[in-house]
Design a protein around this ligand. Structure first.
Ligand code: PLP
Length: 502
């Protein structure tokens, strides 16, 4: 690693990124490329020797000419699909700093300051989100930074499983039952499978439009009672604050009350909406969190920490470490082992996660918190919510459209209203046909909007109806982008509806 060359190359890359962000608005948000388009343009094998001349400069030209035309521009101010992956200068530079230091803090001894920064910064973030002290190190719990919410689910479900099996015997693994709603992110199903939960013991409780697609405590109670009566053992409940389709908020307090007395591990997946809890006015979304066993949120979604960053807090770290900890000889005898160094009271994050090796994620989150401050994060979240409120009002102002589920946080779900079609009145079958027809119309609308390249949104099907999702959350998005996105939707709706009638 040549320092002078690194400085020169670093400038090339920083300039490249800065130029990209300056011009990002000029790209169609979604690329129009066919599978295999890139592979056809690249050599079939890696070069044997470094490319002659300035190889990095040549590669950056290829990034510009070959790769960027084929990426979806997630940082575009016109990207309203999925949930945002927010970016900030310090989030990106924090990533660069961590990559430059390139340390592997799997135990405290393997990099004491990296571990301690993670301990400090997860407590900082937990306090900023108004989490109860019991989930923070300062209150006997503690947090860690993983890559994704899916990892958080795997780690917590495995911890809950092992704790329960230690009590009832490993042979009863087939009796363990886990609960969630039909709106829960599919990564929970994946986590349950990995943890060895029988497929038949995965209870996905149906939600309804009337209850705003939230998990009903009454339905949960019925499911738990039926399982207990049949001799099965309730193990884990995954409640969501901000579901992926509509950002619905499961009522944590009531759900905890239902499972109290059954020794069920309650995990809150707040991947997207957890960020909103920096604002006291949104804190009510996690009322009841005092009783949960674990809570996770992705600062890379809405808190300016570039990919990837999922913060997980647990009430009893020892449940995680006894399930995921290893005292394998190779680690114990290694000089990087905390135990070998006589430090048995420190956090060894390898025991809080699946893998051994880990990234120094705390650095970028610490930079984000220092350079933006919690107040900066509050304004960031509030600005998106304000824009979403404005977008919702624009949708409601056009009689062709409806907002079938209320806006939550900065996500607006909307669609073209159901219109009657000839001869389809009254009968349920006819109603279903109308619904399906309307779903198809909205599918066409989304495709038409996205094909313009001037706005990019996504969709969800909830309660049998297809909705377009406008998720506002990008760092570069301003009110004018939201207004323009709405203009694109209106214009394309006119085209799609006209095609209907001809
Ligand atoms: N949970 C919710 C509510 C989500 O919206 C998502 C992704 O958008 C996930 C979990 C999965 O997150 P990850 O990609 O970090 O595993």
């Amino acid at each position: 690693l040549d320092a002078d060359e690194f400085r020169r190359q670093g400038r090339l890359v920083v300039d490249f990124i800065a130029d990209y962000h300056t011009r990002i608005d000029e790209y169609p948000v979604r690329p129009s490329v066919a599978p295999g388009f890139l592979a056809r343009k690249l050599p079939e094998t890696a070069p044997e020797r470094p490319e002659p001349g300035d190889a990095l400069a040549a590669a950056l030209r290829d990034v510009r000419d070959l790769i960027l035309p084929g990426v979806t521009h997630w940082q575009s101010p016109r990207h309203f699909a999925h949930f945002a992956a927010t970016a900030s200068n310090v989030g990106a530079l924090g990533e660069a700093l961590a990559a430059g230091l390139n340390i592997n803090p799997f135990t405290w001894a393997a990099s004491p300051a990296a571990t301690e920064l993670e301990v400090v910064v997860t407590d900082w973030l937990g306090k900023a989100l108004h989490l109860p002290e019991a989930l923070l190190f300062c209150g006997g719990g503690g947090g860690t930074l993983l890559g994704t919410s899916c990892e958080a689910m795997i780690c917590t479900i495995v911890a809950a499983r092992d704790r329960k099996l230690a009590e009832i015997g490993e042979e009863r693994i087939g009796d363990l039952v886990v609960y969630c709603s039909d709106q829960t992110h599919f990564s929970f199903q994946k986590a349950a499978r990995i943890a060895g939960i029988r497929r038949g013991n995965y209870r996905e409780i149906p939600t309804s439009r009337e209850s705003g697609f939230t998990l009903s405590p009454k339905a949960l109670l019925a499911a738990v009672r039926a399982d207990v009566a049949a001799g099965r053992i309730p193990l884990f409940l995954c409640a969501t604050v901000g579901t992926t389709p509509t950002a619905a908020v499961d009522p944590i307090r009531e759900l905890c009350a239902v499972v109290a007395g059954h020794d069920v591990w309650v995990h809150v997946d707040a991947a997207y909406a957890g960020a909103a809890c920096v604002c006291p006015e949104f804190r009510h979304a996690i009322d009841g969190v005092e009783s949960v066993d674990s809570f996770s949120t992705n600062p890379h979604k809405w808190l300016l920490a570039n990919m990837d960053c999922c913060a997980l807090w647990v009430r009893r770290p020892e449940a995680l470490t006894s399930a995921l900890g290893t005292d394998h000889d190779v680690i114990l005898k290694d000089p990087s082992s905390s135990a070998q160094n006589g430090h048995s009271n420190v956090v060894d994050y390898k025991d809080w996660q699946v893998a051994l090796s880990r990234r120094f994620r705390a650095l970028k989150l610490w930079l984000v918190l220092r350079c933006h401050g919690v107040e900066g994060l509050r304004s960031f979240v509030r600005s998106h919510v304000r824009m979403a409120v404005a977008f919702e009002a624009m949708v409601r102002g056009d009689a062709r459209f409806e907002v079938p589920v209320p806006r939550r946080f900065a996500l607006v779900c909307f669609r073209l209203r159901r219109r009657s079609i000839a001869g389809a009145v009254g009968e349920k079958r006819a109603r279903d046909e109308v619904e399906e027809h309307n779903n198809e119309l909205n599918r066409r609308l989304l495709e038409a909007v996205n094909a313009t390249g001037r706005a990019y949104m996504s969709s969800a099907v909830v309660g049998g109806i297809y909705v377009l999702r406008c998720a506002i959350g990008n760092s570069l998005t301003e009110e004018r982008h939201v207004q323009e996105a709405w203009a694109v939707v209106q214009e394309q709706a006119t085209v799609v509806l006209a095609a209907e009638t001809t």
